[in-house]
Design a protein around this ligand. Structure first.
Ligand code: NAI
Length: 385
């Protein structure tokens, strides 16, 4: 297989620009293309000021700054990708537009050039099918901001050559990233397992058990999470987070476990998108000194309900072979900064405790949302025997 020295990046939005920075920092030659050349040029300008700041803070030398910038070339024509060893696409999240791009790209790049998508929500297998040589296609899913977030999910399509997975892991390790391998299923690892962090918190709010601030405080103080679910949704943007939830729900053939929330939908509809609009679940002008309004016992109950739903999702992902246990644990700690791996958290609490908690919820609601993973039941039975 050819060496990976020349990276093509298509799309110079937040992700493409970040990926270009990561690759150039690792010493690769980068060719950057965006259908709007101004986007690529402004990405390069932004990168230049980011690097200036890093030089000021003495995180990198001035020579390193110059090297990184000299390795990135903005082009206005895809034909410039003919000598690329790997092309990573980070354009608009639209299956038809992405497929058309890969179809066109295949007539430009070399036979053994690897083609990769940074999609968050589309089927990698479906995208691979747009290529004649689909065995060279793979998902390489960075997290935002790519230069700062260590996790990268590597997603082989059904058609991907197995040696490509190993080579991609080696490449990402050499870029000082933490790569994990995920099966090509909706949300891959992180966006699947994290759903209850938002969904259960919203449900608890909708049932009137606590307000946003009390739920956030419970998750942070009892659970040790850096941000509560409502703060995090406000940070991500309710439009973006709602769209991911809706797309995962649909892709799972409407499994009730992933059902979106009306509260979030309405926040998005109202334009209360979060920090970027000054108002989301919180009003960032007036709500800054809100306090939790519930007792410690209530906080523990709320935290445990969210936690057990997360553990259930993580164990079920392992049960369904979405990823290895090690990768599931790493993904949640390095992709979304969870304080512990969820499976070890389940082990710490006891899987018999998890089974009982989930069954209690199921017995109250009789909703499939609260069904306990067969693997939790198996592990609980082992504890009990
Ligand atoms: P963005 O909207 O910031 O940037 C997309 C860029 O692609 C724009 O500059 C646009 O001009 C360009 N573009 C659109 N169609 C194109 C085409 N046909 N050819 C060339 N350039 C084209 O989007 P963002 O957030 O950077 O996302 C890009 C991809 O990365 C999407 O697939 C998204 O799902 C995925 N992703 C996004 C994350 C995020 O947090 N924003 C995280 C991980 C993945």
């Amino acid at each position: 297989m050819r060496k990976t020295e020349h990276i093509g990046v298509i799309g110079a939005g937040s992700m493409g620009a970040g990926i270009a920075q990561v690759a150039a920092t690792a010493g690769c030659k980068v060719t950057l293309f965006d259908q709007q050349k101004s986007a690529a040029i402004s990405a390069l300008d932004k990168l230049s000021s980011i690097l200036d700041r890093l030089v000021k803070k003495e995180r990198i030398s001035n020579d390193k700054r110059n090297d990184i910038l000299s390795l990135i070339t903005v082009v206005d024509d895809l034909n410039q990708f003919h000598s690329a060893d790997l092309v990573i696409e980070a354009i608009v999240e639209d299956i038809d537009i992405k497929k058309k791009l890969f179809f066109n790209l295949e007539s430009i790049v070399a036979e053994d050039c690897v083609l990769a998508t940074n999609t968050s929500s589309l089927s990698v297998t479906d995208l691979a099918s747009s290529c004649e040589k689909s065995s060279r296609f793979i998902g390489i899913h960075f997290f935002n901001p790519a230069p700062l977030m260590p996790l990268v999910e590597v997603i082989p399509a059904l058609q991907t050559d197995s040696s490509l997975v190993e080579n991609t892991l080696d490449l990402l390790n050499s870029w000082e990233k933490i790569p994990v391998v995920a099966k090509d299923t909706p949300g891959f690892i992180v966006n699947r397992i994290a759903r209850p962090f938002y969904g259960e918190a919203l449900r608890i709010y909708e049932e009137g058990l606590a307000d946003f601030k009390s739920i956030d405080e419970a998750i942070k103080t009892i659970g040790g999470f850096k941000m509560g679910p409502f703060e995090l949704m406000d940070f991500i943007g309710n439009d973006v987070n709602y769209a991911v939830t809706a797309s995962v729900f649909k892709a799972f053939y409407y499994d009730p476990r992933y059902k979106p929330s009306f509260t979030q939908k309405q926040h998005a509809e109202a334009g209360w998108l979060g920090r970027k609009t000054g108002r989301g679940y919180y009003n960032y002008e007036s709500d800054l000194d809100l306090k939790s309004s519930i007792s410690n016992d209530q906080s523990v109950e709320i935290f445990e309900r969210v936690l057990v739903m997360l553990i259930n999702e993580a164990v079920d992902a392992l049960f369904l072979k979405i990823a290895s246990e090690k990768d599931i644990e790493l993904a949640m700690m390095k992709g979304v900064n969870y304080p512990k791996g969820l499976i070890s958290w389940g082990r710490e609490k006891g899987f018999d405790w998890c089974e009982q908690k989930l069954d209690e919820l199921y017995n109250i609601y009789h909703e499939d949302r609260y069904r306990c993973s067969p693997l939790i039941r198996k592990w609980a039975a082992e504890i009990k025997s």
